[in-house]
Design a protein around this ligand. Sequence first.
Ligand code: NOJ
Ligand code: CA
Length: 731
Amino acid sequence: MMKRILITAFLAGTVSFLFAQTLATVTSPDGNIVFRILSKGETASVSSLAYELDYKQQAVIKPSAIGFVLKEPSVTLNRFEINGQQNRVIDETWQPVWGEVKTIRNHCNELVLSLKGQNGILLNFIVRVFNDGVGFRYSFPQQQQLHHFIVADELTSFAMTGDHTIWWIPGDYDTNEFFYNTTHLSEIDASSSKMSQEIAAMTFFDKNAVQTPSLMKTAAGLYISIHEASLVNYPAMDLVLDKSNYVFHAQLVPDAVGNKAYLETPAKTPWRTIIVSDDARDLLASKMILNLNEPSKIKNTDWIHPQKMVGVWWEMHVGKSTWDYAGTQDMNSWENLKNAKPTGKHGATTANVKKYIDFAAKNGIEGVLVEGWNVGWEDWFGHWKEDVFDFVTPYPDFDVQELHRYAAAKGVKLIMHHETSASATNYERWMDTAYRFMKNNGYDAVKTGYVGRIIPRGEHHDGQWMVSHYERVAAKTASYQIMLDAHEPVRPTGLHRTYPNWLASEAARGNEFNAWSVGNPPEHETILPFTRLMGGPMDYTPGIFQIKLNVYDPAKKEQVHTTLAKQLALYITMYSPLQMAADLPENYEQHMDAFQFIKDVAVDWDDTKILAAEPGDYIYMARKAKGKDDWFIGCITDENARTAAFKLDFLDPGKQYLATIYRDAGDADWKTNPEAYTIEKKIVNSQASLQLPLAPGGGAAVSLSVATPEMQKMIKDEMKMKKKKKWEINK
Ligand code: NOJ
Ligand code: CA
């Protein structure tokens, strides 16, 4: 027996020599993915275990470690006896409360290995292999040998097969608001000095560390995404690369004393997820992370509704108005707090909010977000203060009751803003009072924020305590029937399945960075769907029409790194059931023809087709509006011009559609002429295709609705007229 193992090992190379025996194999339903549990086989029963993963007969993950280092009890769990093994097939379909598709199939092969580790500690290793990837997690059953315990380290690793290309942001315990670097694994350098792009709180820890969802591409053209699913009561996982062998090691976010997780059996970790395909589009279409999350904990979900919003928001980011009452925009001046007097620059005044309500009501936008409405903005930032906001005291020029009455009369809902200034302890004390205040004043959605260093002091944005805090907020808002949009939380892991009131999170570098920092390069939006959005919807705040920002102040050098047409396309490519039309009403009023797309575009979908995609380069997508025949298409490019060419074969074959195309004009360019767009209408059907020119940093958006015979005639007549005119001009 031993001889046979050695011979196999010799043939297969050194790595297999270390893990010579395959103990169990789980294959994806389509047979493309093979997950193996390997053993070193040191003794007949006790062995170090590893896992490996193949896709279409190519190695994706080489033998990689599993296990833990525990503290209290102090024991390393890395050698196991296998006590049992259970296999089952899961095949079910379910309908999300809202989403990119109407129905989701959860189809995988599951293996549960019952293990006994050092000190006789029992744990299970659970694997689910889907057609799009693999999820595995550890669970600790209730047992005599282990009750309370502390995780000092998780030993999970991911051994990559070579020096892949990776789209990465630095590993950090407190922020994910970076733009992406595209390098080989060997070139990762997360040194914080290089990366501090005007981010409020950062905790760099290792120059070889990156965050998940992390996207890689192999030389052979395989796309690999590593992330986690169902992050509950556990810290987030960063990945630290050993450059000598391209092995990523899990690095859990610690607390103040360096511990990672405090658990009590029964306990389970989040799923570690690996999504893999040779077609980049499959990653964007993957529903594996959602499938690995628990079903909705909210029984009655009728009150949850995807929506669009405008807001007293961008005007503060571009410096036209301020959050603070005195209009200083000085965010940490105790002096201002004492002497606050209005100067006419405060944004959240009753009159200004009414302007946004009017605009929303006129254009069918459901929500109006208002920031800077409550006392505290004079000294909210930078002082690690525990009690900044109370979430119930408005500034004197913000009339809560009058605005409630006014908004209700116009069929619009105000969206509450709770900036916690990262004092989660203060927020926990106020939550009930704040949510009652919201409900009494007609609010049913809240945007939270966690700018700054976390309190409890020593905790991090992505550590276990805060992960549980964000979940408590999701659960508590749900109990008040309040929808949630979290800014600066830990990166999402599909928990919006479990808490569908949690419509969106920021948890990445949003459009706002274009307003006041070096901004986001044009490729940023072609990477986010492959990385951050793998875990859930993002409140990216698209829709900026006034792209050059020196209109607000001639000295202002920033601009949004985009064209106007690309801003429209983001409503499709940057998925969220909560989409902001982020620009100011007066800017939209100058381009109501283009704003028509934002008015029309849906925020909830029956179907999604990824037409073409390459991370860092372009994404073309089509989505079918929930319960309707309408389709919407978004195409975006990076800094390079290109033509988006695709078939419309997803349309219903028997029907004619009116296509309204919003695209970059011939002379558009994100640097020099970002606001140049043209709008065309034509009649198309499922046999047609479109070729849409995209400017450098540009995009195109298309709305398609079933054309009545009258519409078809109208368009034909218009085209005839245009041709005639051209002919007359040429004559
Ligand atoms: C950062 C958030 O991302 C942004 O949307 C908000 O306006 C500010 N914090 C102030 O809370
Ligand atoms: Ca932010």
